[in-house]
Design a protein around this ligand. Structure first.
Ligand code: ATP
Ligand code: MN
Length: 461
């Protein structure tokens, strides 16, 4: 007797081998002499059809079987006469392991994604969320393998930090102080010397700054872990907790950075297209028609390039199209990003050299002293998917930037040390893993591509 996963069994030829198949019943269809069960073990989208001959399988057992119950099926694979599958399992024995009464919330009918979010502990048993979970896993593997094959070391940067990497003030504070009895200093401020870390601490928004310290030791590194942002907006693209991929390369300028970003995205897209065919077909058919072709197109087309200044010129030509009127110096909005990718370039495009006022302190200042060597990769349908830059590696310029932005030099003493000792041009980028999954699957809401989304007012499970 052999135990096999349903994803493998579906492609196994009929024979006299007796298999044990474990899984959950998705549907049960009765006829006079036989009962058809669709068994799914989560290893693939479409389950295995099991056929119970009522002369062989006891009616008491069949009566216990219902949607959602777990079973152990024993039988041989035979050619299926029905449509939709090559083989089916002709049952010799059926054992119900865990019952599933009528109160099971996932009865066979259409459920909205909003409803499924309320039962996030069960929703991975649906086609959509199951397929998303498998693609997440496959994409994670591709991400690690891309970097590992290209000489990048995986570095784990801290989750708790005392520096705000983005300077955007969207951080969650971490404290063990008793909020009902906060210790105060003589001048009536919170006395953080009494807090756990002896100073104010936060959940990190990005591992970049610590990542840079390792790039300046190991040359090419990447991080892949959760980061946190107290995003106060309720959007379909923002989570309070998301998985962040952040490569950092020493001896590298913006050109090398853009090249890695492009090769990286293409590699991951190709991997998923090749390895998750059944799930991608599902998204292509039921979630975002054409998504497979789009992903394939992106994985084969050279990315476009445009400077921020030229991008604004393009946008100004079509001013009437936008809710937010573009002008030089404005932050490019999602509607603008999409326009550039969808209408102007008809594919992915990398925008570079943004005004320094709208970008973070660590980006390298250009000779014009107005723009910085930042880049955003924009894709159709989503807008920004990657944000990156060449880092300011000149100590004097970086110190001046901190001062201009009212950031305290002493808070960044170790970051500045990288510019004091063996400084080199270096660059990197950040990619939100969930944005990537959203893009590949065509799922509308980022909360449906992470198992347990965290957002304003949402921390259940
Ligand atoms: P946005 O303008 O979309 O808020 P950002 O400019 O804040 O993005 P960066 O600080 O450059 O983004 O972060 C790098 C990447 O992390 C982004 O390109 C995006 O893929 C992802 N990202 C940023 N914020 C979030 C979030 N709240 N939830 C999920 N992914 C995010
Ligand atoms: Mn943001």
């Amino acid at each position: 007797m052999t135990n096999l996963l349903i994803k493998d069994l579906k492609h196994t030829s009929p024979s006299d081998v007796v298999y044990n198949v474990e899984g959950w019943v998705r549907t049960k269809r009765d006829s006079k002499s036989v009962c058809f069960l669709e068994i799914n073990d989560g290893t693939c989208l479409k389950g295995l059809q099991a056929v119970a001959d009522k002369n062989v399988i006891n009616a008491d057992v069949l009566n216990k079987v219902s949607t959602g119950c777990s079973v152990l099926c024993t039988g041989k694979l035979v050619s299926s006469e029905g449509v939709g599958q090559d083989v089916e399992l002709l049952l010799q024995k059926l054992e119900v392991i865990g019952l599933s009464p009528d109160s099971y919330p996932l009865q066979k009918k259409h459920h909205t994604l909003e409803y499924l979010r309320e039962i996030a502990h069960l929703r991975a048993r649906t086609n959509t969320i199951g397929a998303t979970a498998r693609i997440r896993s496959s994409a994670s593997y591709a991400i690690h393998s891309f970097f590992q094959k290209n000489g990048f070391y995986y570095v784990n940067t801290p989750e708790i930090t005392s520096s705000d990497a983005e300077g955007a003030g969207e951080m969650f504070q971490v404290t063990t102080l008793d909020l009902n009895n906060i210790p105060k200093t003589e001048d009536n401020n919170v006395d953080y010397s009494k807090d756990f870390f002896g100073k104010k601490a936060y959940l990190t928004v990005s591992g970049q700054l610590e990542g840079e310290t390792y790039a300046l030791a190991l040359k090419n590194i990447y991080t892949f872990g959760p980061t946190f942002r107290a995003e106060n907006s309720n959007t379909k693209r923002h989570l309070a907790e998301f998985w962040h991929i952040e490569p950092e390369m020493a001896f590298c300028t913006l050109e090398g950075d853009m090249d890695v970003a492009e090769r990286f995205l293409k590699y991951v897209f190709k991997h998923v297209l090749e390895n998750n065919e059944e799930d991608m077909d599902f998204f292509n058919k039921f979630v975002e028609p054409g998504v497979k072709e789009q992903i394939r197109h992106v994985s084969e087309t050279p990315f476009g390039h445009i400077t921020y200044t030229d991008a604004i010129k393009e946008l100004e030509k079509k001013v009437d199209k936008f809710e937010f009127k573009p002008y030089w110096g404005c932050d490019i909005q999602t509607e603008h990003e999409r326009f550039l990718a969808e209408e102007v370039f008809k594919g992915p495009v990398i925008v570079t050299d943004y005004p320094k006022e709208i970008k973070a302190f660590y980006m390298k200042v250009n000779d014009d002293d107005k723009t910085v060597r930042g880049m955003d990769v924009l894709v159709p349908r989503l807008g920004e998917i990657i944000g990156g830059s060449e880092r300011e590696y000149r100590l004097d310029v970086l110190v001046k930037r901190l001062k201009d932005l009212n950031l305290k030099e002493e808070d960044y003493w170790w970051y500045l040390d990288l510019r004091r000792y063996g400084s080199v041009p270096h660059a990197g980028f950040g990619l939100g893993f969930e944005r990537l999954i959203q893009y590949m699957t065509g799922m509308q809401n980022i909360r449906d591509v992470i198992p347990y989304p965290r957002a304003v007012g949402q921390a259940e499970f």
